[in-house]
Design a binder for this molecule. Structure first.
Ligand code: ADP
Ligand code: MG
Length: 374
């Protein structure tokens, strides 16, 4: 019935958004953790693109507040499900698109779980980074008679507005001259998932070197896995390039300035600055502003080529279900709302159905164009 039509429209809408390359926002709710006393969850509902929070109200009764996103994952969503909803976006890098995926949220909300998986992941709990590369390998294998793909990766960390290459080791020589926006960062060719595992391990170890406790450091720096793809069409000889940034952002929690001093305060200020710069850039892209303020942080400078224009951006916000996290949860959802182009409620469904004919035609002609190319 209606729900099905709505869902199909939404799918189609999303598909076209994919093709056009706009800003999409996903939201994931972390489950309560084992060993945690089961407590009251602030999330009443998380499905069909809608997240509903239970909020305390003044007269003691609870209120509800709903947010719409392109996709919402509840606490029981598997890594596989999360990845499969990101797959079309990720695969588009093989068609020469630039893609940026950001994991945003307060420390402990599940950013690293989504992107990398837990410590010592199993096949089921492997994160997006690994799944993405593994998927790119298998698609490039499928296409090998038509296109030859070279895939290589970089791993960077941004800490206190300083960029650090996580793939510089004795083992791998720095091969600088890659003409990228991070000229000094090592670009390492990869051909298999075991190559990728190995590098991720290396990057992880490198990252831990200068930190007192790993978790501390990782929650106060941004880490970025960049995948560069070069595809050469074997018949026409045309070369296409795409690049994808998979970014595990620093924790977004606000730090009480009266409670921290020295290094901790400096870190907090840098994080604040770069996350708000990122929010400003994405919001101004979403609003199609003429001026996009890329230059306000290292992070946005670094990713400039892959944000805006034809590039595709996914802001993936993470929230914790605990009631003592509610303040941060709301501020995370507000951030997501600000960078989102999604329209809310019934108006959106109407808008979708009037647009669908046009969208269908667009999709058909793009498909035809694609078929022609191959
Ligand atoms: P962040 O990177 O945002 O600080 P983490 O990804 O480290 O948060 O998650 C905090 C803890 O919660 C970790 O122990 C992680 O394994 C666990 N966790 C996070 N998300 C999930 C999930 N969806 N399912 C199961 N455990 C999760
Ligand atoms: Mg983390």
């Amino acid at each position: 019935g209606y729900q099905k039509v709505l869902e199909e429209n939404r799918k189609l809408y999303n598909q076209v958004q994919d093709l056009k390359g706009s800003i999409r926002v996903y939201c994931r709710v972390r489950p309560f953790l084992p060993g945690q006393p089961s407590r009251f969850s602030t999330v009443a509902n998380a499905d069909n693109g809608v997240l509903t929070l239970i909020t305390p109200s003044k007269n003691g009764k609870e209120g509800r507040k709903s947010f719409n996103y392109n996709q919402v994952f509840g606490p029981s969503a598997t890594q596989e499900k999360v990845f499969s909803d990101m797959q079309p976006l990720i695969r588009s890098v093989l068609d020469g698109y630039n893609v940026c995926i950001f994991a945003y949220g307060q420390t402990g909300a599940g950013k690293t779980y989504t992107m990398s998986g837990p410590n010592n992941p199993t096949d089921e709990t492997l994160g997006v980074n690994y799944r993405a590369l593994s998927d790119l390998f298998s698609i490039s294998e499928q296409r090998k008679d038509i296109i030859h793909y070279d895939i290589s990766v970089q791993m960077l960390e941004i800490y206190n507005e300083q960029v650090r290459d996580l793939l510089v080791t004795d083992e791998i020589r720095n091969n600088s001259q890659n003409g990228l926006n991070v000229p000094d960062a090592n670009l390492v060719p990869v051909a298999s998932t075991s190559d990728v595992m190995h590098l991720m391990d290396l990057g992880f170890k490198n990252r831990a070197v200068s930190s007192t406790t790993m978790n501390d450091r990782s929650s106060r720096s941004h880490s970025c896995l960049t995948v560069h793809v070069k595809g050469k069409n074997l018949t026409s000889g045309t070369v296409l390039r795409g690049c994808m940034h998979l970014v595990d952002l620093a924790g977004s929690e606000r730090v009480d300035k009266s409670e921290v001093v020295g290094d901790r305060l400096k870190e907090a200020q840098h994080i604040n600055k770069s996350l708000s710069a990122l929010g400003d850039v994405i919001a101004s892209l979403a609003q199609k502003n003429a001026h996009v303020p890329y230059r306000n942080s290292k992070l946005t400078q670094l990713l400039q080529d892959a944000l805006g224009g034809q590039a595709k951006t996914l802001m993936f916000v993470h929230i914790s279900p605990e009631s003592d996290a509610l303040g941060e949860t709301i501020s995370t959802l507000k951030f997501a709302e600000r960078v989102s182009t999604v329209e809310l409620g019934a108006a959106r469904a109407n808008k979708d159905s009037t647009d669908v004919k046009e969208l269908k035609e667009q999709i058909a002609s793009l498909k035809a164009a694609l078929a022609n190319k191959e």
